[in-house]
Design a protein around this ligand. Structure first.
Ligand SMILES: Cc1cc2nc3c(=O)[nH]c(=O)nc-3n(C[C@H](O)[C@H](O)[C@H](O)COP(=O)(O)O)c2cc1C
Length: 334
């Protein structure tokens, strides 16, 4: 069924299959490739709200959106409302077009500082963060830069307070809400549940995005039907599959599957991805951090284990690319 574009502040988003923020994965090269291959919305990796870290290479890479098609969505994480407000200002002045607040991450590093999904336990603090971040965005950019929020369903199975947080968020000016269908306690275990997302959707008027374990077009359609959500967000299933958003979108609109991409196309996209990745991270660091992406692209492709090992062992961009080429030539000849 063809739907009108989703409105987010001044943006109109045609493709309602979003790419989730994933630290260490959805960096600028990956987001840019996803957008080139049909995604309209992809959120950057979470960036620390602590100003002391902004000058570090890691954080400045994470908030780098140079050349990426709009809207450029920057995710911020932290627990201190004033720091988050400052991070909002900093990122908007550097070109962020959407500010996303992370209250969904169970990672220790974030939760140590009681940030991420641990915040869901403290609704007064959530309210203060939302008030200050929305206030800061409005002060710097009027209504040009919407603020969005990403949460889990609650902190454990007896405290699924996402619908209450959602109402609070709407009241305080949040423009769109993403809900991962797990509690903080679940981490990544068990299956995502979508009943709470349906409750959230019926509790608010702002767009709601359903997330968690959506790996196929059929699943996306079922989750949209079950929850009434306005969009879906794909995380792990997008790893090594930057084309997934267009494929699922096509199915949602037409009920028909696009053919799987050919191995020749996958090879070309992986090469493009790698070249951009090396340029972004530098050769030595780039070769190392590219390995996981290569592993994901090759998942499910026929090909010898040995070649796979050789790719993962390569130490220079030239050697890594040569091994990737050898792998695909082998696979294409098979
Ligand atoms: C490697 C990895 C890194 C992640 N980093 C972030 C992050 O930086 N910010 C965030 O809000 N969620 C993060 N998440 C959670 C995802 O955005 C998403 O909510 C979760 O993976 C569930 O969706 P999926 O089942 O489609 O993967 C991360 C998940 C993974 C697997």
């Amino acid at each position: 069924m063809k739907r009108p574009p989703l409105k987010l502040g001044p943006y109109r988003i045609e493709n309602r299959v979003f790419i989730a923020p994933m630290a260490g994965v959805t960096d600028r090269p990956f987001r840019q490739l996803c957008k080139r291959l049909g995604a309209d919305y992809a959120v950057g990796e979470m960036a620390a709200s602590n100003a002391l870290l902004w000058a570090t290479e890691k954080t400045s890479r994470r908030v780098n959106h140079d050349g990426e098609p709009s809207p450029k969505a920057v995710q911020i994480a932290g627990a201190d409302p004033a720091m988050l407000a400052q991070a909002t200002r900093f990122n908007i002045l550097r070109g962020a077009e959407v500010i996303d607040i992370n209250m969904g991450c169970p990672a220790k590093k974030v939760c140590h500082k009681a940030a991420g999904s641990a915040l869901l336990q403290d609704e007064a603090l959530v309210a203060e963060i939302l008030r200050q971040v929305v206030g800061s965005a409005r002060e710097v950019a009027g209504d040009r830069v919407p603020v969005t929020l990403k949460i889990r369903t609650g902190w454990d199975h007896s405290h699924r307070n996402a619908p209450r947080i959602a109402r609070l968020a709407e009241e305080l000016g949040i423009a769109m809400l993403t809900v991962h269908g797990r509690t903080r306690e679940d981490k990544f275990m068990g299956e995502a549940e979508y009943d709470t997302i349906a409750e959230v959707k019926s509790a608010v008027g702002i767009p709601v995005v359903a997330n968690g374990d959506i790996t196929t077009a059929e699943r996306a359609a079922a989750v949209l039907a079950h929850t009434g959500a306005d969009a879906v967000m794909i995380g792990r299933a997008a790893q090594g599959r930057p084309w997934i958003s267009r494929h699922i979108h096509h199915f949602l609109e037409t009920g028909q599957h696009l053919p799987d991409p050919t191995e020749a196309s996958v090879r070309q996209w992986l090469r493009d991805h790698l070249l951009d990745h090396y340029a972004f991270y530098g050769e030595a660091g780039g070769v190392r951090s590219a390995r996981k992406h290569i592993g994901w692209y090759l998942r499910g492709l026929p090909g010898s284990k040995t070649l796979r090992q050789l790719i993962l062992a390569a130490e220079t961009p030239q050697a890594q690319l040569a091994q990737v080429d050898a792998f695909f030539e082998d696979a294409l000849a098979a």
